[in-house]
Ligand binder design. Structure first.
Ligand code: PLP
Length: 367
């Protein structure tokens, strides 16, 4: 079976030697030595100033919103994983959906201004599939209207623009280290901040608001990452470059083999950027390809190849959100169209190039 994604587990003997350390010093959680070591290692690796580790990406998002003190309305994209919008809902904030642009499927900066009201406090874009949003245009709008920018960078571990980490943009960014993501601590996540004061505040918020033993400065939550997962992350980090190289070659082979199939559109490659190739999305045009996306998806399954319709259904079409005025299909024509056409093909570091060929041959054969 070829799944859409598969975690690459770090070598067991290396993980074991870290476990031995934990058993020796018996510090299991609450900013332990491995947690501190991982924060430093990630700052160095990613080229960022401050990171706060979390038990998952969703709690990182929810806490980031808390730390920015957002309220009222937040402008976001319907084309993402549900956690993006759920994090607003958990903060009692009304999501305002803005359509995406058709190349990279990121929020369309040209459509943001029209969605701003006196209640708007922030923009929550997603670097979809790890391709950078138009950070300059988004920042300019935010500056003009006095809005915060929080990037959901769950797909963008290692994304760089002109050699600079994408995580250095906006007020805050979050990462997810879930097992299905490029870099993993099994479950885990992080908030990236740009100054020590903000990091300290976030660190308190993820630990019930404790400033010291007897001082609770905010109604914080428990979103700490434990030492065992930090150990997993430290070992994983030694292999990340190797994994990224493999993903890059898988991406190139897919592009080479799929480029001339009628009715199959690939995303452009982002200019001046490095991306982790988190996913490999293709768009299927029924008229030209002769089959719908769902037909191709089902056919691949008969060959034991499992794609994923990321992102379908759109968040704006879910029962929780579809009643919102901004959720209407007429407000989100591009996102609705893309959600019907997109299929993410298998992408993980241990996917063999011969399996990539096999997948592409099927896609070609059925065209
Ligand atoms: C995975 C993901 C999240 C949530 O991260 P978890 O660690 O699974 O909680 C949020 N946003 C996007 C875009 C994601 O892909």
């Amino acid at each position: 079976m070829i799944p859409v994604t598969k975690p690459q587990l770090p070598p067991l003997d290396e993980f074991n030697s870290y476990l031995k350390k934990i058993w020796e010093n018996q510090w299991l959680t609450n900013n332990g030595p491995l947690h501190q070591e991982l924060e430093q290692a990630l700052c160095d690796y990613l080229g960022i100033k401050y990171i706060s580790l979390f038990s998952n990406g969703t709690l990182a998002l929810i806490t980031a919103i808390q730390s920015l003190k957002l309220s009222g309305e937040v402008i976001t994209t319907p084309y993402s994983f549900v956690a993006t919008t759920h994090s607003l809902w958990w903060n009692n904030i009304k999501p305002v959906f803005v359509d995406i642009e058709p190349d990279f499927m990121n929020i369309d900066p040209e459509k943001i201004e029209a969605a701003i009201t006196p209640q708007t406090t922030a923009i929550l874009p997603v670097h979809v599939y790890g391709n950078p949003c138009d950070i300059d245009k988004i920042q300019k709008i935010a500056d003009t209207y006095g809005l915060k920018v929080l990037y959901d960078s769950a797909h963008a571990f290692g994304t760089k623009i002109n050699g600079n980490s994408i995580l250095n943009y906006g007020d805050l960014s979050i990462l997810s280290f879930h097992a299905t993501k490029v870099y993993s601590t099994i479950e885990g996540g992080a908030i990236i901040s740009h100054d020590k004061k903000t990091k300290d505040r976030i660190d308190k918020l993820k630990n019930f608001g404790f400033a010291d033993e007897v001082t609770v400065v905010a109604p914080g939550i428990n979103a700490k990452l434990n030492e065992i997962q930090a150990a997993y992350g430290l070992v994983q980090l030694k292999y990340i470059d190797e994994m990224l190289v493999k993903r890059r070659s898988i991406n190139s082979l897919y592009r080479e083999l799929l480029k001339d199939i009628k009715g199959i559109r690939l995303l452009p490659e982002a200019e001046n950027s490095e991306t982790p190739h988190s996913y490999f999305p293709i768009l299927i045009d029924k008229e030209q390809y002769g089959k719908t996306r769902d037909e191709l998806y089902e056919l691949l399954k008969t060959k034991n190849i499992y794609g994923r319709r990321y992102f379908y259904p759109l968040i704006s079409n879910l029962p929780t959100y579809r009643g919102l005025p901004s959720a209407s299909e007429s407000n989100l024509p591009v996102a609705n169209k893309i959600a019907e056409k997109v299929l993410c093909l298998p992408m993980y570091s241990e996917l063999s190039l011969s399996d990539v060929e096999k997948i592409c041959n099927f896609v070609k054969q059925w065209s």
